[in-house]
Design a protein around this ligand. Structure first.
Ligand code: C5P
Length: 314
């Protein structure tokens, strides 16, 4: 095959707790991550020349070596020297549907798809664990985006324990197109305001992990109880990000008051999601939200929980 087309799923965080500051400068996290059906299409195509090219239909996504998808291809070609000279370089085409800078791991999912696609295109035969190891070098969310589904994520987000999730639960995702949150800024702001609440050592982090693993959120997921899940949604970033983003804070309040099973900001934001009992409820939430906030700047999507991160298209 000279070309592979892949679908790269966005993720939401059903639970995100910042527990401490790691010696490597990152934050120690406890998260429950969930793939959703909103996805980008990534095509990897062999080209005759020994180079990496990126094309993208979204004006805000750079089509150069700063793109995480480009970095993923550069990493693979560096780890497998000679593969490009033998099999040709690659053109990566990104068709964006996942909103950019939204806390939905759009960039990470694209990088994950490039890892999976190049493994096929360049006949590398890498196990999923190896692809995730490479992914961890690119970003904390990339390993999850490779496998997807539902997982408890610890460490800086790259230590994954997959758990059986709730199949195809419906949700509504909304984001103001003009609102962006920089993830490093969100961590810095959180550290400045709440750093004194961090647990000081690895023993404390492990004890907290054990509490969360046997806590109400994980129980709700394991029991596939969507109502309990909606009540247990939690994201520490909300208290640092929302005060600096009043428009998104108002969106979150509005969505929470529409009904649905529960509302939360995803990751470092600014996208917000509401879980819904059925497709009909999700559609009715969208209609009510658009009436409550009739603003052309507001992007609204419906999606479902998805069982995989990257998959072949077709
Ligand atoms: O790993 P990723 O590239 O997504 O991280 C972006 C930035 O977010 C990092 O440079 C770091 O400042 C912050 N971060 C963190 N702790 C994590 C993940 C990310 O402090 N667990």
């Amino acid at each position: 095959m000279r070309l592979y087309s892949l679908l790269a799923a966005a993720k939401i965080n059903l639970y995100l707790e910042i527990v401490g500051s790691r010696p490597d400068g990152f934050h120690e996290l406890i998260m429950v991550m969930q793939s959703v059906s909103l996805c980008d299409r990534i095509t990897v195509r062999s080209i005759g020349v020994d180079e990496i090219r990126v094309r993208c239909n979204h004006p805000l996504v750079p089509a150069d070596e700063t793109n995480l998808a480009y970095k993923a291809a550069a990493l693979v070609s560096q780890r497998f020297p000679g593969v490009m000279a033998k099999l040709g370089g690659v053109e990566i085409t990104i068709e964006k549907q996942i909103p950019v800078g939204a806390g939905l791991a759009g960039g990470s999912s694209n990088a994950a798809a490039v890892l999976v696609g190049l493994d096929l295109l360049w006949h590398l035969g890498l196990a999923q664990g190896k692809l995730q190891e490479l992914g961890a070098e690119l970003g904390s969310d990339v390993p999850f985006c490779v496998a997807g589904g539902t997982a408890i994520a610890t460490g800086r987000g790259e230590q994954l324990d997959p758990i059986p999730g709730i199949d195809r639960l419906h949700l509504v995702i909304a984001k103001y197109e003009s609102e962006f949150v920089s993830t490093p800024w969100a961590y810095q702001t959180y550290r400045a305001e709440y750093g004194d609440t961090y647990l000081p050592d690895a023993q404390g982090w492990q004890e907290r992990q054990a509490q969360v693993r046997s806590g109400e959120m994980v129980k709700a997921v394991a029991q596939r109880n969507a109502i309990a899940l909606g009540q247990q949604l939690h994201n520490d970033f909300e208290k640092a990000v929302l005060p600096a983003h009043p428009k998104t804070a108002h969106l979150r309040d509005t969505m929470a008051n529409l009904g649905g099973l529960g509302t939360l900001m995803s990751g470092s934001g600014p996208s917000v999601f509401t879980l819904a009992e059925s497709e009909a409820e999700a559609e009715s939430l969208v209609a009510t939200l658009k009436l409550a906030l009739p603003d052309p700047d507001l992007g609204v999507w419906t999606a479902q929980f998805a069982p995989t991160g990257v998959r072949l298209d077709g």
